[in-house]
Ligand binder design. Sequence first.
Ligand code: NIG
Ligand code: FE
Length: 402
Amino acid sequence: NSAIGSTTDTTTGTTTVITNIGSLVTNDPSLGDGSPLGLIQDAAVVIEGDRVVWTGEASKAPTTDNRVDAGGRAVLPGFVDSHSHLVFAGDRTQEFNARMSGRGYTAGGIRTTVAATRAATDAELEANLTRYLREALHQGTTTFETKSGYGLTVEDEARALRIAAAHTDEVTYLGAHIVSPDYADDPAAYVALVTGEMLDACAPYARWVDVFCEKGAFDGDQARAILTAGKTKGLRPRVHANQLSYGPGVRLAVELDAASADHCTHLTDADVDALANSDTVATLLPGAEFSTRAQWPDARRLLDAGVTVALSTDCNPGSSFTSSVPFCVALAVRDMGMTPDEAVWSATAGGARALRRTDVGRLTPGAYADLTLLDAPSHVHLAYRPGVPLVSGVWRRGVRII
Ligand code: NIG
Ligand code: FE
């Protein structure tokens, strides 16, 4: 009999202790071993309603109505996936196949998904979204951001955001994903639409505004105009920056105090310095480099410079069709120079920073009771046992879902 036994759950009352946790990630450096993860061995977490009310050593836990025995397994905050594109229809299997036969990724395939998404009914988009959310939840994701960007008309962008907003508060307006094919001859008119009528229709459903700042998508001046227009409507900026080439995206993100610059694959020293001296998080999306066979972002360089790093899936049908944060953690450790501790921090607390949230990504009093239980003795196993479905329990807002 190993210490990692089965879990028993007898939840009926108002307070619940999850106890006999072999190793607990709190992300509070004042707790436990004093590391950024605030690791506590032989730990317990007490939940009341949708919140954590106590975290510490199991032997000191207060008495509660209900008791869940974690059987010596590891518990960590639910993952905060701060970057995904989940409102779409169709897939891009052929494009992936062609890429794996040697063709490069250009983001031109976005048009394929735009056509399929426009042709889909609301019910089809809703069904797709809930399918990928269920996948993510089963892999430990309890907070997720998602974007529009596959509609590129006023109606199709607004409907994508309306559908997303029924499932998450972290909704991002990405009308500026690419220039709509309908405006191929007049990109300036498309920017006017994105900053005008489309923004007006979309702002009520969104918290964030994003732009794909890249050659072939939007240049620095267009991106600045789009993000600034979004800010005037109360949306906060985040940027697809420096994914496929060097460019102005990261410095623009810092200039506008964006919560996050996402991708960050091609960075100059000036880009790294700008991030290090800002509140803008660098969100790394290794699923994209995996699925496009591109060079890995250099997480080590960013961390050593003092940049805050988040890890997310970028789940979308083109460049990164994975909903698995554990997979991204394993890639980041194997190929991007992160330690397992750093990668787990970035996928939880880092994601929360990228969304400017303090109520998720940590397991300390006041935070939402969003927890992931692993069928493993420590969080390190997320990287040590890649591809293995270790997530064996998930609580979201205090409710056990898995
Ligand atoms: O984050 N870079 C732009 N957008 C997505 C890719 C979208 C697609 O290929 O459909 C990304 O990688
Ligand atoms: Fe993306």
